[in-house]
Design a protein around this ligand. Sequence first.
Ligand code: APR
Length: 319
Amino acid sequence: MARAKIALIGAGNIGGTLAHLAAVKELGDVVMFDIADGLPQGKALDIAESGPSEGFDAAMSGTSDYADIAGADVCIVTAGVARKPGMSRDDLLGINLKVMKSVGEGIAAHAPNAFVICITNPLDAMVWALREFSGLPHEKVCGMAGVLDSARFRHFLAEEFNVSMRDVTAFVLGGHGDTMVPLTRYSTVAGIPLPDMVEMGWTTQEKLDAIVQRTRDGGAEIVGLLKTGSAFYAPATSAIEMAEAYLKDQKRVLPCAAYVDGAYGLNGFYVGVPTVIGAGGVEKVVEISMNKDEQAMFDNSVNAVKGLVEACKGIDGSL
Ligand code: APR
């Protein structure tokens, strides 16, 4: 069977890491697209030259011509401007909305059958705009946020409990931002819900609350440390997990920014929810029951995303 084709739109920090991971995991041949002259070609060549040592078979190429993404099975979009210190995700809105228009049109023209994973921030609004501009089916366009947010949550929890992160599951809902909703009731250590871990004396409610807040601020914490850019290793790894679920029809249950139409009382709206990802793209939105407090946090998050979408409509009248 022919190798899958993976198009990476944006060859910056996340794009380069995506390319390297896709190659090392032999998920398929990789085409990196960027408007920066020489950048995608340079990174593609550099990664290709790591092939003999690592021992992977995957063709790597770089381009500034959308025609070269033709027939891609997966497109992962990181094109745009990354958050700088002091800049909120929302500040990025105007700049990255224009980028989504050109990317959406490029994908629609050359890779209309691809599974598209958007990473560009502000994520929930950008994935919605990208879907609108591309016109692809809703189940084939989603955003990467929840996998990263829950990975951060799992990392902090594993550190707190001094156990392997493999035995920690975490559940995060809502928009990717300060209003995200980490759900402790649905997060576990080897199946033991976090509130039970507090009762068992493994941690305190105060410590758990601090971890939840650190998870919400996870992106900003990295920006503050790096000073010249935002996180890229973990975001790239998270998106690769989603791409692999699609390419291998794994039916993974992963949280992502998905189009929700009917579930959670939403009508046609992109927000972070648990989904099943397989060969059909986002095959299912999993609707969980929430208590009053959780519902209030989720509603707050949805309203924040709605505000961003409205702002996009204000900027681009065609939306
Ligand atoms: N088309 C294609 N590529 C573009 C376009 C465009 N219209 N505009 C910008 N780019 C490219 C830039 O040239 C740059 O190489 O997008 C790349 C972005 O890379 P970085 O600045 O290194 O940003 P990165 O850290 O990869 O993050 C990308 O993901 O998490 C989000 O907030 C983050 O929105 C940001 C995105």
